[in-house]
Write a protein that binds this ligand. Structure first.
Ligand code: FES
Length: 148
């Protein structure tokens, strides 16, 4: 929890920097643990419900543990017409998890999103910060193997 105090201190306990504090906290733990949010609330003098409101508003934040590799499969319109639903199903089958879940070994977590901002490359998925474009169900296994 000293880490959290360090993060809050870095932003001078300034309530207007809450999003940055949450970003740094998530970068540290890969999600936002309840105990961390309680300490942030205490240290920054921000009511806990207000912190939860921010943490649940932005999709970038997760209140559940994420895998070491977080996969986002785009189901936005441009990707959808190019078969992204089949991409998602293929990833789910390969990893044995559904969208919104984390694999038992903690290696992968999966979510579907509405746009990753590079529609021309559709269908697109991201693994952490890496984009994989123009993918097909047959390429999924090879892509995932790069991360294990
Ligand atoms: S719709 Fe998939 S990247 Fe935009």
């Amino acid at each position: 929890m000293e880490d959290i105090k360090g993060i809050v201190g870095k932003y001078h306990h300034d309530a207007s920097q809450l999003i940055s504090v949450l970003h740094d906290t998530q970068a540290k733990y890969n999600y936002l643990p309840k105990s961390a949010l309680e300490l942030i609330s205490e240290e920054m003098k921000i009511p806990l419900p207000d912190i939860y409101q921010v943490a649940t508003f932005y999709k970038a934040f997760s209140l559940k543990p994420r895998g070491k590799y977080h996969i986002r499969v785009c189901l936005g319109t441009a990707c959808h017409v190019r078969g992204s639903q089949r991409i998602l199903e293929s990833v789910e089958r390969d990893l044995g998890i559904k969208s919104g879940e984390t694999s038992k070994d903690g290696l992968f977590s999966l979510e579907s999103v509405n746009c990753l901002g590079c529609c021309a490359l559709g269908p697109v998925m991201m693994v952490n910060k890496n984009y994989h474009g123009e993918i097909s169900p047959g390429k999924i296994n090879k892509i995932l193997k790069k991360y294990v």
